[in-house]
Write a new protein. Structure first.
Length: 375
């Protein structure tokens, strides 16, 4: 570690912590915090300690990106062409690309399933797909998804920009931490000298927090957070199921960081503080997992409600169609009855005509017989 500069140490740590399964994230982050501190990079150690644990879906996306699956290039290409068609308001072109879009989304989920550190639940695969949809819709979201250091799933509501607040590993100054192309394997080397991470500036001059928008089309509201972490430790946010945010502040005393500890008591105090910070981070990550589960449950409930509404709409349409058919049948019945009545009247008239003809015939016969008898 002594051979790495502070920036190289941060890059190596980012590559390492986002390359492991979520279950190993905390232990790996703690290990790299210790390495940075042992090398004298105290500020870097704070940066590493502030890295957010990725959700299961984000970890699957990171694994997919780091494996350099061919679907990455297809996602970039389709996304670029879709955004161009949308900006040009070319509805025909967007319609033509619908099949290609659906195919790349299906392949994206399949690739994530192959490269993920563990099995993916159906809800997790849905978040992986939603993340790809956001990447197709927004160029900035695409850069973040392909950074290899995603911390949470993204979602696109169908209009506006994608909310990327706290969705990717950043430095305290807002720089997005990403990986070197083709560096995933080197980043796992024992010495850590060939770490596969670089820092790139965000596509927009946003502060670290940015604005937070609802993930689902029906969800709104905005939140904000400070542009930088406090000098002692950083700040993590947890979203609740309604889209709000609760902040957990990780503050160390300023005088405690003013100079290197020079006795055992100060070292012990610092270690105790760091242990408390780590405990709070783990509680926050657990809360975020619960929020994710609750959000997915809400999505499933909304999907069921939409299906039930569709059933109601279909049934209502059927009833309306039945009413129209009944009215039409009643009109036909009335017309048929009118025709029947007319035919009956005509038959009655024919019967009277026939009766008159018979009467005239009988009269003629009698007259003929009388004339014959007289002669």
């Amino acid at each position: 570690m002594e051979e790495l500069s502070a920036q190289e140490a941060l890059r190596a740590a980012v590559d390492a912590v986002y390359a492991v399964a979520p279950a190993d994230f905390v232990a790996t982050r703690k290990e790299w915090v210790g390495r940075a501190r042992a090398a004298g990079h105290r500020d870097t150690a704070k940066e590493i300690g502030g890295l957010r644990k990725p959700s299961v879906s984000a970890a699957a996306v990171n694994a997919l990106v780091r494996a350099e699956d061919p679907v990455l290039d297809r996602l970039r290409d389709v996304g670029t062409r879709l955004r161009h068609a949308q900006s040009a308001m070319d509805a025909a072109r967007m319609t033509e690309m619908r099949g290609e879009r659906d195919a790349v989304l299906a392949d994206w989920v399949a690739a994530a399933r192959r490269h993920a550190p563990g099995p993916l639940a159906a809800s997790t695969e849905a978040e992986v797909r939603d993340t790809a949809v956001a990447a197709l819709a927004d160029a900035r979201a695409s850069d973040i998804v392909l950074s290899g250091s995603l911390t949470r799933a993204l979602a696109y509501s169908g209009f506006g920009e994608v909310d990327v607040a706290d969705a990717v590993a950043r430095t305290s100054t807002g720089v997005v931490l990403t990986r070197i192309e083709g560096g995933a394997a080197r980043g796992r080397s024992k010495a850590g000298k060939d770490a596969a991470a670089v820092s790139t500036t965000d596509a927009e001059s946003r502060t670290r927090a940015g604005s937070a928008a609802g993930e689902d089309a029906g969800e709104g509201g905005k939140g904000s957070r400070s542009a930088e972490n406090s000098a002692a430790g950083g700040e993590d946010e947890a979203e609740d199921a309604s889209g709000g945010r609760h902040e957990v502040h990780d503050e160390a005393s300023e005088h405690g960081d003013a100079a290197e500890p020079d006795d055992t008591s100060e070292v012990g105090s610092r270690d105790a503080h760091e242990a408390e910070v780590e405990r709070l981070r783990e509680e926050l990550e657990s809360a975020e997992a619960q929020v994710s589960t609750a959000r997915e449950a809400r999505r499933e409930t909304e999907a069921v409600a939409r299906r039930r509404q569709d059933d109601v709409d279909i049934a209502a349409a059927g009833v309306e169609q039945a009413r129209r058919l009944l009215a039409q049948a009643e009109r036909h019945a009335a017309t048929a009855q009118d025709r029947l009545d007319q035919a009956q009247a005509e038959q009655d008239e024919a019967d009277r005509t026939l009766e008159d003809a018979r009467s005239a015939r009988d009269t003629g016969r009698r007259q003929l017989e009388e004339a014959q008898d007289a002669g």
